[in-house]
Design a protein around this ligand. Structure first.
Ligand SMILES: C[S@@+](CC[C@H](N)C(=O)[O-])C[C@H]1O[C@@H](n2cnc3c(N)ncnc32)[C@H](O)[C@@H]1O
Length: 252
């Protein structure tokens, strides 16, 4: 589905009911890319990830799609603040018989003892930059420069983390923050994204333009770059790709 069409309020259709996109995160283009990153960089390749924790499961579709295309045998525990998103996620988990591989808790990630549940973190975190969080969907607010929650996640000292990072949410500072926390970039994937319903909200667009003028947001009139980044604290990596990642994120 073309994300440009989503500038008007989209309807999320499930088998049980319909929700508007102010209730449940709905951006198929972005969720599909997150799912592809999980499949290629996490579920089909990792040896150290039998127990994975997810910040912000949304409607569960990215993890479900990637589980259906992998041989992963461990458990993914997702956390999601929004009750309606959890309801949709639970419906999908049951429909695909994945309850032994994917559990979604309706609670704040930061208030759970997630460390006892896994040391491999995955997330497509909230990254909308805006001065305040009175947005179409307040839980997508990533602080004034969009990177606050990503940095909070990077500060949790997880040995492995696969996080989605947007080129309009101060990517250079975010990657440098990760390096300062002892991370290296083991792998990444990038994709062009259209500005959609949430990122086209005037308050967000204005903030992104302001950040662009200060060299903290990178995009063209048509697209921005979204990256799935695999951060590792292990020092046995063949190469750290953080400089290559910064070049890709700042190319527009
Ligand atoms: C960008 S959406 C991603 C949803 C889904 N993973 C996807 O890619 O389709 C971010 C999600 O994080 C959730 N979220 C925000 N703050 C949270 C918190 N403190 N704990 C758990 N979930 C949170 C939001 O409600 C939202 O569903």
């Amino acid at each position: 589905m073309n994300r440009l069409l989503l500038r008007s309020k989209p309807i999320v259709k499930t088998y049980t009911t319909n929700y508007v996109a102010q209730e449940v995160f709905f951006c198929p283009e972005e969720s599909l890319f997150y799912s592809q990153c999980l499949e290629r960089m996490v579920l089909n390749t990792c040896e150290d990830c039998n127990s994975i924790v997810e910040f912000g499961a949304g409607d569960g579709s990215p993890v479900i799609n990637s589980l259906l295309k992998s041989q992963f045998c461990g458990l993914i525990q997702g956390y999601e603040l929004n009750a309606k998103s959890c309801e949709v996620a639970q419906f999908r988990i049951d429909r695909y018989n994945l309850s032994d591989k994917y559990v979604v808790h309706n609670s704040c990630f930061f208030q759970r003892d997630w460390q006892s549940e896994g040391s491999y973190l995955i997330s497509n975190p909230p990254y909308l930059p805006a001065i305040t969080n009175d947005l179409y969907m307040p839980t997508l607010h990533g602080g004034t420069d969009g990177s606050s929650i990503t940095k909070q996640l990077l500060g949790l000292d997880c040995p492995s983390a696969m996080l989605m990072i947007s080129a309009y949410s101060d990517p250079v500072d975010t990657i440098e923050y990760a390096i300062a926390q002892g991370y290296q970039v083991q792998d990444f994937m990038t994709s062009p994204m259209n500005f959609g319903y949430y990122s086209s909200e005037p308050k967000v667009k204005q903030r992104i333009a302001e950040m662009h003028r200060h060299g903290k947001a990178f995009y063209s009139s048509n697209i921005y770059i979204l990256a799935g980044v695999l951060f590792k604290k292990s020092h046995k990596l063949k190469a750290d790709l953080s400089m290559e990642l910064i070049k890709m994120m700042t190319a527009l």
